[in-house]
Design a protein around this ligand. Structure first.
Ligand SMILES: C[S@@+](CC[C@H](N)C(=O)[O-])C[C@H]1O[C@@H](n2cnc3c(N)ncnc32)[C@H](O)[C@@H]1O
Length: 229
């Protein structure tokens, strides 16, 4: 049987309500958009999120350091620590797998605070350092070895594994921002990668175990919604 069909079958039996992290994130982003809203996708990568949902916003732009962008429409090359827009410009800032790469989170958060309108939102999806699948490799291996393991297990290119610092990657770190931002929501999401069958089975067992309320915070990914005070 084809591996994808096999994993889909098991997953639909184990948890018929399971949604992949991309789907959860996309739904939340769409729910925050309307024609009155100005949206910046920070660290947009190939700019696919703006390409998919940009038409739902009044204005939408993706910003990234890299020029290697597939969807150039509504894209600006730049550093998100110095956004090329005036203060109070945006209603929504999104960051999909970007904050784990922040070395100094305050440099970024001060800039997002400047650029957001009052009550403006930040939607973040990132890794959760409380998950053993994140903290164990981080604690044991230096970045170069971790890179090799990740590229081999998940069959991704080496340049797709950016240096990570996880400075903002726990629920507690987000609650520390409460002077500046209201934490509207933190949702823990499982990443059930099916690149390899054995990895899929381990991650599925972890997903089931972390369905228990007290263990839920140990899931691999977090979706966080912040509101500027
Ligand atoms: C793991 S990738 C995620 C890309 C995209 N958000 C996605 O989900 O496909 C992290 C991205 O953050 C970008 N990035 C990191 N630091 C940045 C900065 N200071 N300014 C702009 N982009 C940055 C990188 O260039 C990279 O494209």
């Amino acid at each position: 049987m084809d591996k994808q069909i096999w994993t889909d079958k098991i997953l639909s039996k184990a948890d018929p309500h399971f949604k992949p992290r991309w789907e959860v994130y996309n739904e939340v982003v769409q729910n925050h958009l309307c024609k009155e809203k100005v949206w910046i996708d920070c660290g947009c990568g190939n700019n696919e999120t703006v390409e998919m949902f940009g038409q739902l916003a009044g204005q939408a732009v993706g910003i990234d350091l890299t020029n290697n962008v597939e969807f150039k429409h509504n894209f600006v090359k730049g550093d998100i620590r110095k956004l090329p827009v005036h203060s109070g410009f945006a209603d929504l800032i999104t960051l999909r797998f970007v904050v784990e790469h922040f070395k100094n989170s305050l440099e970024y958060l001060d800039e997002f605070k400047r650029v957001l309108k009052k009550d403006g939102k930040i939607v973040i999806i990132t890794t959760n350092i409380l998950s053993p699948f994140i903290f164990i490799p981080r604690a044991i291996f230096p970045h170069s070895i971790k890179n090799k393991i990740l590229t081999s297990i998940f069959k991704v290119k080496d340049e797709d594994v950016f240096p990570t610092y996880h400075r903002l990657n726990s629920p507690g770190k987000f609650f520390e921002l409460q002077n500046e931002f209201i934490v509207k929501e933190i949702r823990f999401i499982s990443d059930i990668n099916n690149t390899r069958k054995w990895m899929f089975l381990i991650l599925l067992c972890w997903h089931k175990l972390t369905s228990i309320k007290t263990l839920n915070r140990f899931r691999t990914n977090m979706l966080v919604i912040l509101e500027k005070k």
